[in-house]
Design a protein around this ligand. Structure first.
Ligand SMILES: Nc1nc2c(c(=O)[nH]1)N[C@H]1C(S)=C(S)[C@@H](COP(=O)(O)OP(=O)(O)OC[C@H]3O[C@@H](n4cnc5c(=O)[nH]c(N)nc54)[C@H](O)[C@@H]3O)O[C@H]1N2
Ligand SMILES: Nc1nc2c(c(=O)[nH]1)N[C@H]1C(S)=C(S)[C@@H](COP(=O)(O)OP(=O)(O)OC[C@H]3O[C@@H](n4cnc5c(=O)[nH]c(N)nc54)[C@H](O)[C@@H]3O)O[C@H]1N2
Ligand code: SF4
Ligand SMILES: [Mo]
Length: 812
């Protein structure tokens, strides 16, 4: 098949493509003794020096979980990566196949590969668990130890006692894919051996996924590129300039699309985030955890000023008013009654009411409501910050309800109130076989499952697939994750649970670096990085442009590190399932096999060898902009929503049942309507007398979670600091740059203060993911937020309320 007639070939003219593929500018640089020659210049690809034995340029990728995926062109000299460049194919023309340029993190990849923290050989714990004392062992010994313990634990406790930890370190990979763990090679191995305890939901999206599954039956949103057709953009807690950073991210699309439609953008966030930062037309600082109150206040304006889309609500929705309220609901149980003060609480959700809760002036709430009501269509979206709260399910559903009140669902230029959608080129994934075990816990309750597994039930702990867990967790596989310590909540309590090796008896960590989680392992296996093996980097998307990357092997495996495929194959051999596991293929044979299958489904794909040379394949969404629930809007009878009524459920009968039947701790609320509720450690918790500041986290440009957190140049470029408003700082005698203590009953962290009006008063913020660094007294010295977060889950999703915390701050 000729490349020219394919859409992706627009990525670069054919005459130049061959040129790019063979260029070896890396060689030039090193020949000059490390002095950089014309690398970054626009015409770098035109320096036509052929690769030689000693120097070559290899396409690789950054496969971490930042929401983007980026190609990296590794300049290799004598077996060492000397320089990292990124995508150089495609034109920077909007709505063409634009370049996918890596961010500051990906470009520092060689500092992660050659990092002093790099794990070099297999190790076995010698001290107490968590103490971080290990001895070097052979691969044979490591495999035997793991297989013997796995067999023993399966025999004594059953496969339900084996858990695959949430882990996203290399989720962009195909062979190396770590997330969802159920689609990793570890899952394939365990499925050959009788299965494992599943988990559902994620640290990323537990509350929104669960919440919107009741409203829409999905969390789909319109593609950002569809903003071209919008009259207004309203972002609730969404910060793509930091969370979707690369050229494949959506900031570029957002800006270009807004230019076409000349759209106003309103950003609602307690922080003046990087996405606002001069690009927004209006920033509404909001008290964390109160977006549902803001929506209710705006709903009051929309209803009383006749700005709701009544025909849309009548035809497509359940429970907006008495007309569509299910018979099982109380007569005043509809949303309109709740807003107008005719519901059970008798409170009208006026803008003044909302203002007291949100700290947004009533006149600005009225103004925004009118703007949204008149803007046809409006792109209303939320990031995942608003939902990573103790009342996050309600918040997510409330923002979605705003999109319904204004009839913006299923149309071009509108949105569902969910996060943006995007297009990805479909590829065949590594088959991981079926888990015979259906028992499943929330991803967040694994610490509970270690301590009190068999007490955990469906109606109290959200256990699925069974009424009650059979066994506590006894064996943990932790492949490419740091959520065992650094990224989970309440590190001090978590460490106590992990330290007791009579509870969870075996922990295997497979990583590249000596992380906080690795320090809690019984056996550590040193993995290859993406640069040391061949893989495909998939599920990459940029608005309505999808792309896939050929991540080739750039350098030989470092030290004694081995690939995840080799490790799992060796363990499969010892478990007696090698043939079933490998199907007699090597890693490269698997990739060729999967690619062959992908080609059978997709005639536009080039040959394996061509793909390898091209490095990246890009394609525009053949359907244009993605519009969520378009078919439903066009014909709701033929294309019903994935809800029991087939409609959008503003009132959910299923949730009414859950609210009646589940056992909830005091203060937790589940409601059939998307209402504003107070929560533990929220803005109105009496605990504020002791801990007066709300602490939120955010996803920071210095790292992807904890990954890249040990790269010196990144640490220097984007400092770890705690954001605090000048008013709160002055009350505490804190000046910009001062070393401060941040503390509550769960722990303490110390870091420098960033005193800034970019933070709403009463709230402080820490970028999540800093490497937990306890001193002799157990005080974290790195600004690692999870020494301050709670293990108490959100009510419905049983998710991580990691942005809901109360703390006090003082100068050290
Ligand atoms: N307080 C607070 N906590 C949070 C969040 C928050 O907002 N606030 N966010 C949560 C969210 S949304 C998420 S997704 C989780 C993320 O939590 P994790 O999925 O645990 O993400 P990372 O911390 O990046 O850990 C990834 C690990 O994989 C390793 N790794 C990277 N590449 C490879 C590889 O090729 N092979 C192997 N074997 N290992 C590799 C890295 O060294 C790192 O140790 O954190 C959650 N934790
Ligand atoms: N650079 C970088 N990019 C990343 C990641 C990373 O670690 N680093 N992680 C990736 C992953 S796995 C995920 S899940 C996503 C996370 O993406 P998000 O969850 O969207 O990111 P956050 O920074 O947690 O939250 C987004 C914004 O919400 C704000 N916010 C917090 N609480 C509230 C609230 O109550 N109301 C409102 N309106 N706003 C609030 C925060 O200040 C922040 O600016 O990012 C991905 N991208
Ligand atoms: S961290 Fe994300 S945006 Fe940065 S290079 Fe890696 S994949 Fe791209
Ligand atoms: Mo995430």
């Amino acid at each position: 098949m000729s490349l020219d007639d394919q859409k992706y070939s627009a990525a670069i003219p054919l005459s130049r493509r061959a040129f790019v593929q063979t260029s070896a500018i890396g060689g030039l640089a090193v020949a000059a003794g490390g002095v950089s020659l014309p690398f970054g210049t626009a015409n770098a690809q035109d320096v036509a020096v052929p690769d030689s034995e000693a120097t070559k340029t290899v396409w690789s990728a950054c496969t971490v979980n930042c929401g983007s995926r980026c190609p990296l062109r590794m300049h290799v000299v004598n077996g060492e990566i000397k320089y990292v460049e990124t995508d150089n194919v495609g034109e920077d023309v909007y709505q063409e196949l634009h370049q996918v340029r890596a961010c500051l993190r990906g470009r520092s990849m060689r500092r992660r590969i050659y990092n002093p923290d790099r794990l070099k050989y297999p190790m076995k714990r010698v001290g107490k668990r968590g103490e971080g004392k290990f001895k070097k062992i052979s691969w044979e010994e490591a495999y035997d130890e793991i297989a013997n313990n796995l067999k023993r634990i399966i025999k004594d406790y059953g496969n339900e006692a084996v858990y695959l930890q949430y882990a996203t370190g290399t989720l962009g990979g195909t062979v190396t894919r770590s997330w969802p763990p159920g689609n990793s090679l570890i899952a394939r191995l365990m499925n050959c051996c009788g299965g494992y305890l599943n988990h559902y939901n994620t640290y990323s999206t537990a509350q929104i996924t669960t919440g919107l599954s009741y409203t829409y039956g999905s969390s789909a949103g319109n593609s950002t590129s569809d903003i071209e057709n919008s009259k207004l953009v309203v972002m609730f807690g969404n910060n793509p300039a930091e969370t979707r950073m690369s050229g494949g991210g959506i900031t570029y699309i957002l800006e270009q699309a807004r230019e076409i439609s000349n759209t106003k953008m309103v950003v609602i966030d307690p922080r003046y985030c990087d996405t606002a930062a001069g690009r927004e037309d209006e920033w509404l600082p909001i008290t964390p955890g109160t977006d549902a109150a803001l929506v209710a206040g705006m709903a009051y304006v929309l209803i009383t000023e006749n700005l709701v889309d009544q025909p849309f609500l009548d035809k497509y929705c359940v429970g907006y008013d008495e007309k569509t309220l299910p018979a099982s609901a109380p007569r005043n149980g509809h949303y309109k009654a709740y807003i107008l003060g005719q519901g059970d609480d008798g409170i009208a959700k006026t803008p003044e009411w909302a203002s007291k809760i949100t700290a947004i002036p009533a006149d600005r709430i009225i103004k925004l409501a009118r703007e949204i009501g008149f803007a046809k269509p409006a792109y209303i979206c939320q990031g995942w910050g608003p939902q990573r709260h103790a009342n996050g399910e309600m918040v997510a559903r409330s923002i979605a309800t705003l999109a319904c009140l204004t009839g913006n669902v299923g149309i071009s230029g509108g949105n569902t109130g969910a996060r943006e959608g995007s297009y990805a080129i479909p590829f065949v994934r590594f088959p991981t076989l079926e888990n015979p075990i259906k028992d499943s816990i929330s991803f967040f309750l694994w610490t509970d499952a270690i301590v009190r597994g068999p007490e955990m039930t469906a109606t109290r702990d959200g256990v699925r697939g069974t009424d009650k867990l059979k066994q506590p967790i006894k064996f943990i596989w932790n492949y490419a994750g740091n959520s065992m310590v650094n990224q989970h909540s309440d590190i001090n309590s978590t460490m106590k649970i992990l330290e007791d090796d009579t509870k969870c008896e075996m922990i295997v960590v497979i990583d590249n670096h000596m992380t906080a989680s690795a320090r809690c392992a019984d056996i550590i296996l040193p993995d290859l990085t993406t640069s040391e093996q061949m893989d495909f980097c998939l599920d990459a998307s940029s608005g309505n442009m999808g792309y896939v990357i050929f991540a080739d092997q750039a350098i030989k495996p470092q030290f004694e590190c081995k690939s995840i495929y080799e490790m799992t194959t060796e363990i499969a051999k010892r478990m007696g399932v090698e043939q079933q596991f490998t199907e007699n293929r090597t890693q490269e044979e698997w990739l060729r096999h999967l690619y062959q299958q992908s080609c059978e489904n997709d005639a536009l794909l080039p040959s394996f060898e061509e793909f390898r040379k091209m490095g990246i394949i890009k394609r525009q969404d053949p359907a244009g902009h993605f519009i969520a629930h378009k078919a439903f809007r066009e014909n709701p009878v033929a294309n019903p929503m994935n809800t029991p009524s087939g409609k959008i459920e503003i009132y959910s009968e299923r949730l009414a049942t859950v609210a009646k039947t589940w056992e909830l701790p005091e203060g937790d609320v589940i409601s059939p309507l998307p209402i504003h509720v107070s929560t533990f450690e929220g803005s109105d918790d009496p605990l504020r007398e002791k801990y007066p500041l709300q602490l939120i986290g955010f996803h920071y440009k210095a790292r992807c979670h904890s990954t890249y957190g040990n790269v010196d140049v990144l640490k220097a470029a984007a400092l770890q600091e705690m954001w605090i408003n000048p008013i709160d700082a002055a009350e505490r005698g804190i000046s910009n740059g001062d070393m401060i203590r941040i503390f509550n009953d769960r722990g303490e962290s110390q870091i420098n203060a960033k005193v800034t009006p970019r933070m709403i008063p009463g709230v402080v913020a820490l970028g999540e993911g800093a490497w937990y660094t306890p001193d002799a007294k157990g005080i974290d010295r790195a600004g690692s937020i999870n020494v301050l977060t709670t293990l108490r889950p959100s009510p419905l999703a049983k998710g991580n309320p990691q942005h809901t915390n109360l703390v006090e701050v003082a100068k050290v």
